[in-house]
Design a protein around this ligand. Structure first.
Ligand SMILES: [Zn+2]
Length: 569
């Protein structure tokens, strides 16, 4: 392709409304344009990258024995009603009425449709199957943001495994896990695999592939030493050894004006955060329940929801707290409380010489021994993991950071096959529901994730595998006949070798051309200029490290071809 004939609108400055690096760079470098909130057009450069990512995903799915479908994006309400998700999806799903008055939804995922199709399968002999599609999905995100990272219309590869035995599902899940690792490596980044709760999908086991990025919204705790990784909603850490000093006898003391953990830390005769007991009151199925944590820990509400079975839970109002304990938040404690259920975080076990509220405004207790003085009914892991705490598996420091979800694999079980009546006969002629797994990768989000990972102060640095063009030939003086002739000759030769090459034949200053090439991020730039030609040379520059190499004009195309092929994966 020739640059002079291309639509490649680069911008001089960062767009003012973009925050995420990928958002800024993809707009500036002419890869995409916003049409409306959360809806983007991929321009030719962007679409080339998306197609390369798609091909990598397709290749790895076919390696698994996957069969590609193309499902409609218009879904009738009836099929979503069968699984109950027409209601569950709420406003996340785009929906409208057609001219006959029938409810129609825009596909956001395809468990229902594939399970419906699977009802045509008859026998265990047809198992296992892997079905997939790479197609447009719609989600009416409440807060679309960060460019391609959180959008309302996007392309997703979603695959579904169909099995009759649990072991078959385990195998398909494992195969997808391995394929995903390969896919992301080939695209150009390596996310962390995190066990996750499966949310609205239903099912038992799920793993999310999370890529570290400041543009992300999901916090994870991960250990670089041993590979432990978990969403902070589930993550835990090793509990430090008990090392208690201070008075041992229970003693009430006046703390006028002290209302918070921080107040008590600075109060004369107070205690550091880790020597305090934080007392929270939650209404769990309308009853007040006391939750105890170390003063320097925070409650993970999700852990409470995951471990305590209840119809309803919420923090108690100040009035409910006062009614339950006789004091207002700021002076609460569990010592001597027997009429309410008390749950303590595991990290408090064995601790003595602690300080806590006395259930009397402006008074605290010191010398508290948790197990001696408090009637703990349940010990649970309730605290939120903090950066630098010790890993439960190996003891090294955990890092807590923001991530983008780039892939997700679920064990669905039989929820959808039962809803759609997708059964097959087993070896004994008995009808059994098909066991399903579901596996997703967002194409545009992966594209943005590469940019989040591969960039520098001059622009994007595409890995060869997904670069819009692998090589740009920058003809410094296109009006110079000899320059243009050499540029064209190498260009034609590279096309002959199957290399993706762009010829920058624009009548622009060399500085502008070099800047654009760096911004867009072609892995290799070949500079063809009159000075070099006089010596029989052209200059190959690697975008990644800025290294340059003078090549003989006659050998240039072959050398570039060898260099590029060595990097394709
Ligand atoms: Zn570890």
């Amino acid at each position: 392709m020739r640059w002079s004939k291309s639509f490649l609108p680069t911008l001089r400055d960062d767009p003012s409304d973009a925050e995420a690096v990928s958002h800024k760079l993809l707009l500036r470098a002419g890869f995409m344009r916003q049409l409306m909130a959360g809806v983007y057009t991929l321009l030719p450069m962007g679409y080339r990258v998306a197609q390369k990512i798609t091909e990598i995903v397709r290749h790895e799915m076919n390696e698994l024995g996957g069969q590609e479908f193309k499902l409609p994006t218009l879904h009738p309400r009836e099929i979503w009603d069968k699984s109950g998700r027409w209601d569950v999806m709420g406003q996340e799903m785009f929906r409208f009425e057609d001219r006959r008055g029938s409810d129609v939804g825009l596909g956001m995922t395809a468990e229902e449709i594939f399970a419906h199709l699977a009802s045509e399968l008859r026998s265990y002999k047809q198992m296992p199957q892997i079905w997939y599609q790479i197609h447009t999905k719609y989600r009416d995100e409440a807060r679309p943001k960060s460019g391609l990272l959180r959008v309302r219309e996007f392309t997703m590869k979603d695959s579904y495994s169909l099995d009759i035995e649990e072991e078959g599902l385990d195998y398909a899940f494992d195969q997808h896990f391995k394929a995903y690792r390969k896919i992301f490596k080939r695209i150009g980044f390596e996310p962390v695999a995190v066990e996750a709760s499966s949310g609205a999908m239903g099912g038992s086991q799920s793993v999310e592939f999370m890529l570290r990025s400041d543009a992300g919204e999901d916090w994870i705790a991960a250990c670089e030493a041993c590979g432990y990784a978990a969403n902070v909603e589930k993550a835990t850490s090793a509990i430090p050894a008990v090392n208690d000093a201070g008075p041992d006898a229970l003693e009430k003391f006046a703390t006028p004006g002290v209302r918070t953990i921080a107040d008590l830390e600075t109060f004369e005769g107070g205690a550091p955060g880790f020597k305090q007991i934080k007392t929270l009151v939650y209404m769990i199925d309308t009853k007040p329940v006391l939750l105890l944590l170390r003063g320097d820990d925070s409650l993970s509400e999700q852990k409470l929801i995951d471990t305590v079975e209840a119809e309803e839970m919420r923090p108690a109002t100040p009035e409910e707290v006062k009614a339950a304990l006789g004091a207002l938040p700021g002076s609460l404690g569990a010592v001597g409380v027997s009429e309410h259920f008390i749950i303590a975080d595991e990290s408090l076990r064995g601790h003595t010489k602690m300080t806590t509220g006395a259930n009397e405004d402006d008074f605290h207790l010191r010398g508290v021994s948790v197990e001696r003085d408090i009637d703990v009914k349940a010990w649970l892991d309730l605290r939120e993991v903090k950066d630098g705490e010790a890993c439960v598996q190996c003891g090294k420091a955990l890092s807590v950071y923001k991530t983008i979800e780039v892939g997700h694999i679920f064990k669905l079980g039989t929820k959808y096959s039962e809803a759609m009546g997708a059964n097959v006969l087993d070896q004994n002629g008995k009808a059994r529901p098909i066991i399903m797994g579901s596996y997703g990768i967002g194409i545009e989000r992966s594209l943005a994730a590469v940019v989040e990972t591969c960039n520098d102060e001059n622009g994007i640095v595409w890995p060869v595998n997904v670069a819009p063009f692998e090589v740009v030939i920058t003809v410094v003086k296109p009006k110079n006949v000899e320059c243009m002739e050499v540029g064209e000759r190498i260009y034609d030769a590279l096309i002959g070798f199957g290399i993706d090459v762009l010829l920058d034949d624009r009548d622009e200053r060399p500085g502008v051309k070099f800047k654009d090439a760096d911004l867009i991020g072609f892995p290799y730039r070949l500079t063809v200029g009159p000075k070099g030609i006089a010596d029989g040379k052209v200059e190959l520059r690697t975008r990644r490290d800025g290294e340059t190499d003078d090549l003989d004009i006659d050998r240039a195309a072959e050398t570039i071809m060898e260099t590029v092929l060595a990097e394709r994966r």
